[in-house]
Design a protein. Sequence first.
Length: 122
Amino acid sequence: MAPARPPEQSFLPLKPTELLILMMLTAGERHGYAIRQDILDHTDGAVELEAGNLYRHIRRLEEDGVLEESGRRRPAAASDDERRRYYRLTPLGRRVLAAELRRLRDLVRLAEERRVIAPESA
């Protein structure tokens, strides 16, 4: 009998947009617009998510239990929009993200072994 598969494995592979959203949340709680801006910055503008697309992904990840709306206290009303919802990774979300990053690291190592790409120097 094969060993039981950890629950986070059932989420893999993540869609690229989901991976980016979860990765941006490792910096701390974010509202949707901040997640969008972080992704824009990280990808040098190559990935520009429309609001509807971003929130569809966020809702799906929330339904799957990998991120959640935080109970964060909002900044003063003058410096925040009351409609903003802040999100954070759940413990499951952190495990899913780590499992996906290990999967991708293994794939990169295989590409290096097969000389598809050169290994990075340390």
